[in-house]
Design a protein around this ligand. Structure first.
Ligand SMILES: Nc1ncnc2c1ncn2[C@@H]1O[C@H](COP(=O)(O)OP(=O)(O)OP(=O)(O)O)[C@@H](O)[C@H]1O
Length: 241
């Protein structure tokens, strides 16, 4: 379902302080722009089968979010190849795929169509999405007036009600109030039970142990360990303590 072969991701970082596009172009044309190469992912390979729930762990800056972006097709890897079969719904950055001037209702259709779903399908699912989000009174308000918790509810409701084949989630379960967190966790477990393949990043090792079949542990952009979730989490906890 997902196959990553020798994925490496390079970012070019400049330490020059550049304040405008003009300054950037002048510096660049003079050949004075100095870049430092930084490899956020180095030679990462793994395979995920249909229906598996995979946790990605590692310290801050280890490359977890970068890996999710590469799998989602948001970033193209500098080296290596990623193969994905099935429709992916990425929930990576809050508000991505939304237009802040549009209402919650309009954004359900906008976001849903970006994710590749037809208007008819979204119309069928609309009530369920709104009901799950608990945003009924706010659904015709422009989302720029939503709190981050409300935005998260909307994004989560769209992503999970449409039952994607592959769901990619970055730390989303830690946002929102406790009641919604509980509800989201139940919904995630339901999706996992229904055969959705899930990849998610979490700093909560307890959550990873509870929900995942397998874990990928990234360290400095490399796969440090990959395997059974309880086993890898124990190694990780020992390593970090
Ligand atoms: N667009 C970018 N340009 C330059 N460097 C980047 C970019 N995106 C990420 N990085 C760098 O790549 C490294 C990995 O970042 P990433 O966000 O994938 O880490 P992470 O494991 O998700 O971290 P965290 O647990 O803190 O969320 C970091 O050092 C980060 O600064």
């Amino acid at each position: 379902m997902i196959k990553a072969e020798h994925i490496s991701m390079e970012f070019k970082i400049t330490h020059d302080r550049i304040n405008s596009l003009k300054e950037y172009l002048v510096t660049r044309l003079r050949g004075k722009l100095e870049y430092e190469e930084f490899w956020a992912l180095k030679d990462v390979s793994f395979e995920v089968q249909k229906g598996e729930v995979i946790g990605i762990i590692g310290r801050n800056g280890a490359g977890k979010s970068t890996l999710l972006k590469v799998i989602s097709g948001i970033l193209k890897p500098s080296k290596g190849e990623i193969m994905v079969s099935g429709n992916i719904v990425p929930m990576l950055e809050l508000g991505a795929g939304f237009d802040s001037d549009l209402s919650g209702r309009e954004n359900i259709f906008l976001n849903g169509s970006i994710l590749g779903y037809s208007e008819r399908y979204l119309r069928d699912k609309y009530n369920e999405i709104v009901q799950f989000s608990e945003l009924k009174e706010f659904i015709d308000v422009p989302i720029r007036n939503y709190s981050s918790g409300m935005l998260m509810r909307l994004a989560f409701s769209i992503a999970t009600v449409i039952e994607p084949e592959i769901l990619i989630v970055d730390e989303i379960l830690s946002v929102g109030d406790e009641a919604f967190q509980r509800k989201s966790r139940a919904r995630m477990l339901e999706l996992m039970g229904g055969g959705t393949t899930v990849l998610f990043v979490s700093h909560s090792i307890e959550q990873i142990k509870e929900m995942c079949d397998r874990v990928i542990w990234l360290d400095y952009g490399q796969v440090k360990m990959i395997g059974d979730s309880k086993e890898i989490c124990e190694h990780y906890q020992n390593y970090m303590s």
